[in-house]
Design a protein around this ligand. Structure first.
Ligand SMILES: Nc1nc2c(ncn2[C@@H]2O[C@H](COP(=O)(O)OP(=O)(O)O)[C@@H](O)[C@H]2O)c(=O)[nH]1
Ligand SMILES: [Mg+2]
Length: 711
């Protein structure tokens, strides 16, 4: 296998809404590049990209896969990504290492909600982008509307380079305004015949040509001058202008295709070869902690692992990009995160599930290796003495939480091992062992995501995961002031126990005055690790309780703060002032005071009009106008408070505050009420009181559960 020089490398990512035809187009591109001799289909489940059993079973992509083909003398690495927002972590990953994005628009549907979501990621990465209007052979294909929506959404940098002739089932030709030719395809697609632009399309082609030449000249003063003088650019100037313009995102060219019918993909490959930036044409890669690393094949190697896949029999396959230098088989590099020295014994280029061994990979190239000891996704490896870290991939925040129930006690360890191993492969899975809720909670991107995790656990580890609705981390507080006393007295045989405590409990707020009428001796403010505060005031006069018992009294209260009197949840924002009591020379001790204060506090708390608080999330839903009514109707059943509504392009954005409890399984509910025409994100906002009926129910449930425990 050849080693490709950096300027003969292109890394492109195919992204777009689910079903726009990315995987089919990837297959066609490989076929055009003669990397494969037969085209598989996603319906038959035999494409290069969707090679995992799970993808074949589901009939759509779930994981980003790395493919490659060669065009003339250039190697084109193709990353195919899943379109469903449950798997957008894979898109973020692929965008990290790609140098050009191919945004696939489905000519049947125009700009879809997945397109919007991915566009945000593209903007963040500042990735040069080509728009491909695909499925032009479909009876519902509408190039004009799709283009119009793209321009409305992504601005006037969207420049059509092509338009279709006979779109719909008779689709058979594309007019190319860059080359000023018409590509006429044989029945069933394949290699087109170049024909002059027919007279009826001349005017339109000329107009597009002028616009794209202007776009090419725009970013270069010398070119602009020549363009104004001569009214056009020669081929060399045009090529140069197009290259810099694309790399700097000064325009987004629009191409036409039918991936299924093999029309247009060859021309796209040609454009990638001619115009798309090589890895060295992109800005230097940002490093953790500032600075950047230019893509320089002559420098020392710097390798970043962007993806890890566990394969049966093989173990971990690590996918990486060589950010600089030349990586040779046998090289030894050190992991900058954990200091492990790793030998890259074998290097491969990846073709879906297949791998071809290579001897070296140059700066900018993407490859994989096996059998690294202790290196994972998001880690950088350098030669000894260098500790550069390429900026990590930032994955989207979680959108679903679920409790995992181990099938049996014996399986707990097996389950933990399975989940930790899966997490190495998928950083959008987050594991939490919640002491507070006494549950193992996993956080992910949506139900389909968790479904894939369940499937992997079963297939690869023989563990049956069971999901359950997770508990909610409620909090408890009080709303009134109460004075309470309690005497603990016990006479059992020899030494007895005696302690009496009088305390005042009050709702705490920042800046509140000292407790009225009490003589404050000492105030301790505790920042509670679960949020909110606990203030402990010592206001004992005349030594009725010895100061040495104050710690025991405080401890007694803390015990209840950790297991609230109403629901067993954490308490917050309470001030307790101990102002009176009694002690006994012989029978008083720490234990007695701790018991007295726990019970005293509990009784006071119940009288102080306790209030249960629940976590509230900020929810943002973006949806198609036609499903807006469904989204709003559904939100009404979730105790949502609508905070605002906006229009973005032809989309509606709804911002609401919703209790976490009501967001359970929101991802699939939203998908089904909008037929996939909505996306959402959520983030923690605050704790707020639960409604009275819910409080009554929660308190009763807790009373019943502790009652059972006690008997
Ligand atoms: N008519 C038509 N259908 C297509 C085209 N490309 C893909 N499809 C169909 O659209 C569906 C989704 O295709 P797929 O490549 O899996 O889309 P992806 O989710 O973007 O990867 C499949 O049923 C394909 O057969 C196309 O160019 N024309
Ligand atoms: Mg796909």
């Amino acid at each position: 296998m050849a080693t490709y020089l950096t300027d003969k490398l292109r890394n492109v990512v195919l992204c777009g809404h689910a079903g726009s035809g990315k995987t089919t187009l990837a297959e066609t591109m490989l076929f055009e590049a003669k990397a494969i001799t037969r085209r598989g289909t996603t319906t038959d489940g035999n494409t290069q990209s969707d090679y995992s059993a799970l993808e074949q079973e589901r009939g759509h992509s779930l994981f980003a896969s790395v493919l490659h083909g060669t065009w003339k003398d250039t190697k084109i690495n193709i990353l195919d990504t899943p379109g469903l927002d449950d798997f957008s972590g894979e898109v973020v990953t692929a965008l990290k290492v790609a140098d050009t994005a191919l945004m696939i628009l489905n000519a049947r549907n125009g700009v879809e909600v997945g397109t919007e979501l991915i566009w945000e990621y593209i903007e963040k990465n500042e990735t040069p982008t080509i728009l491909v209007i695909n499925q032009l052979d479909h009876e519902k294909a509408d190039y004009e509307t799709t283009l119009e929506q793209a321009r409305a959404r992504f601005g006037n940098r969207v420049i059509p380079f092509q338009f279709p002739v006979n779109q719909g089932p008779g689709f058979n030709a594309i007019v190319d305004a860059l080359r000023m030719v018409m590509y006429k395809f044989p029945a069933g697609g394949g290699k087109p015949e170049k024909q002059p632009v027919p007279p009826e399309y001349q005017a339109r082609a000329n107009e597009l040509h002028a616009a794209l030449v202007e776009a090419a000249a725009e970013n270069d003063d010398a070119l602009m001058e020549r363009f104004f003088e001569e009214g056009t650019l020669n081929e060399e100037d045009l090529a140069k202008g197009l290259k810099t313009g694309l790399a700097h995102r000064q325009y987004f060219p629009v191409f036409c295709a039918s991936g299924l019918q093999d029309m247009g993909s060859g021309r796209i490959m040609g454009f990638i070869h001619d115009v798309c930036p090589s890895p060295a044409d992109r800005p230097a890669a940002p490093l953790e902690g500032g600075g950047s690393k230019p893509c320089d094949a002559g420098a020392r190697p710097c390798v970043f692992i962007f993806k890890t896949v566990q394969e049966p029999k093989v173990g971990n396959v690590s996918y990486f990009k060589v950010y600089s230098g030349t990586l040779k088989a046998g090289d030894e590099l050190v992991n900058a995160d954990n200091g492990t020295s790793e030998r890259f014994s074998q290097l491969f280029e990846s073709e879906g599930k297949n791998r071809d061994q290579v001897v070296a990979l140059m700066a900018g190239d993407i490859g994989c290796t096996v059998k690294l000891k202790n290196s994972h996704t998001n880690q950088t490896l350098n030669p000894k003495g260098s500790e550069l870290k390429i900026e990590r991939i930032h994955f989207p925040p979680s959108r679903i939480r679920m409790a995992v129930v181990p099938p049996s006690k014996a399986d707990i360890e097996k389950m933990a091992h399975a989940l930790h191993t899966i997490r190495e492969e998928d950083p959008t899975l987050i594991l939490e062992q919640s002491l507070e809720l006494k549950q193992n909670i996993i956080h992910g991107q949506g139900e389909m995501h968790l479904d894939v995790i369940r499937h992997k656990a079963e297939q690869n580890f023989g563990v049956q995961l069971q999901f359950a609705e997770p508990r909610i981390p409620y909090r408890e507080t009080i709303t009134r002031m109460v004075n309470q006393d309690y005497r603990h007295k016990k006479q059992s045989g020899g030494a007895g126990q005696f302690a009496e405590v009088h305390m005042r409990i009050e709702p705490y707020y920042d800046g509140m005055p000292d407790p009225a009428g009490l003589t404050v001796k000492n105030t301790e403010v505790e920042e509670l690790k679960w949020g909110g505060k606990f203030v402990f005031v010592w206001a004992i006069v005349g030594g009725v309780i010895d100061t040495r018992f104050s710690n025991a009294i405080k401890k007694g209260i803390m015990a209840k703060l950790e297991e609230g009197p109403c629901t067993g949840s954490y308490c917050r924002d309470v001030r307790v002032s101990v102002y009176d009591g009694k002690m006994h020379d012989v029978d008083s001790n720490d234990m007695a005071f701790q018991i007295a204060s726990t019970i005293c506090f509990k009784e006071a708390f119940h009288k102080a009009h306790p209030q249960i608080l629940e976590p509230i999330y900020d929810l943002e839903v973006m949806c198609d106008a036609e499903v807006m009514g469904n989204v709003m109707g559904d939100l009404q059943t979730r105790r949502a408070i609508i905070m605002g509504m906006d229009t973005e392009g032809h989309y509606q954005v709804i911002r609401a505050r919703v209790p976490l409890k009501e967001l359970h399984k929101y991802s699939s509910a939203l998908r089904s009420i909008t037929q996939g025409k909505a996306k959402f994100s959520m983030s923690y906002a605050e704790y707020a009181p639960v409604p009275a009926d819910i409080q009554t129910r929660l308190t009763a449930e807790y009373a019943q559960s502790t009652h059972h425990e006690e008997h």
